[in-house]
Design a protein around this ligand. Sequence first.
Ligand code: AMP
Length: 451
Amino acid sequence: MTFDQMGLSEPILRAIAAQGYTTPTPIQAQGIPAVLAGGDLLAAAQTGTGKTAAFTLPLLQRLAHAPQARDAQRRVIPRVLVLVPTRELAAQVADSVRDYGQFLTLRCMVMYGGVGMQPQIDALKRGVDIVVATPGRMLDHQAQGYLNLSGIDTLVLDEADRMLDMGFIHDIKKVLAMLPKKRQNLLFSATFSDEIKTLAQGLLDKPAVIEVARRNTAAQTVRQTVHPVGRERKRELLSHLIQQHNWFQVLVFMRTKHGANRLAEQLARDGIGADAIHGNKSQGARTRALGAFKSGKLQVLVATDIAARGIDIDQLPLVVNYELPNVPEDYVHRIGRTGRAGAEGEAISLVCVDELRFLRDIETLIGKSIERRLIQGFEPDPKERAQPIKVGRTVIGGPRPASRGNAPRQAQARPRGDAPARHGQGHGQGQGHGGQPRGDRGRGGAQSRRG
Ligand code: AMP
């Protein structure tokens, strides 16, 4: 199927052409007709599949051909609400809406925390058709009486699994209770966990179900290598590799924001252009760093897992795991940043003796072993012994408890919510998934939960 066989109007087809898209991606081929038909949708799709256009294009089409919603003062009020987990994703989705709607007169605004309320209030007053928001800030606007939700006829939950991981479930429920009952609901999620199924059951009415990409496909397509290295020599090895291979556009993953900052500084001292991106940085600093990285001006971007979520960077040549994640699914997320859409990708992990346990868990998840390659001059000392890894005050790499130690495969097959040692990094977008007892989830206060 081509875009012009889908019943999209000329201004939208023109915008698609302006983006250079010729063929719908699988999620678009299935999702656009389903959304145009007006029913609910449950879609399993990760970032990089073209999911944003899959819901945006048909919604623009519908909005452009229906009367605007207005409040008692005749002000235009939103008809579509798109909820997303992070600021970055909110900004990206809103950019896409503007790109795809560039030849229409619909207005879209983005709403997230960490920046002033006033410009967002002004935009609401001018009138908007589409709101793209993180849940916390959206609720703030609603509570203060600036956001009128009575015209919402379509709700999109994008990256719903991450919203749940980040503790947004209560906010989502609050929002649902405020929306008009008769509406179209579209739920996008990378995974269909039990939590997502429960959410979907309560939210969706006879949804069309689309599944386009398995979660760990990246694990099959990306070239992966482990470089064993001494605990204290990782930074030296990374600088050596970057300089030797003249690597550009390298995304480097760390467990903590503090580690990310320090590494970026150390690389800069080695003469390598590097910046860190994490939730403690101002929105402006994050946007600048991401922009410089995308345009190729910044050689290395150091990121924490949560900060990297929702970042739309396509077809990166290389991802480096400077530290392995203690939740194996995060490894798959990380390497999914490279080698998209058939492009060749490479993921390199610098692994010290402390992390061998994480490496085993990852290999179990992806169902294969990763090639080990020693780099001459950086071989680890065979006498080096594993030490527990500390993230803040929490230890994540201690010896396995005896009960689990006897049944490692069982421990590794756990669902993500049961991961034994996932610890939030304390940066502004909330704590990571799993690990904490349910009641503690997302308890990090307004700032940490509200994107
Ligand atoms: P998304 O999964 O929505 O984050 O989209 C991933 C990337 O694919 C974005 O950079 C889009 O611009 C791009 N994209 C979306 N649809 C298409 C298409 N039909 N053809 C080519 N690229 C696309």
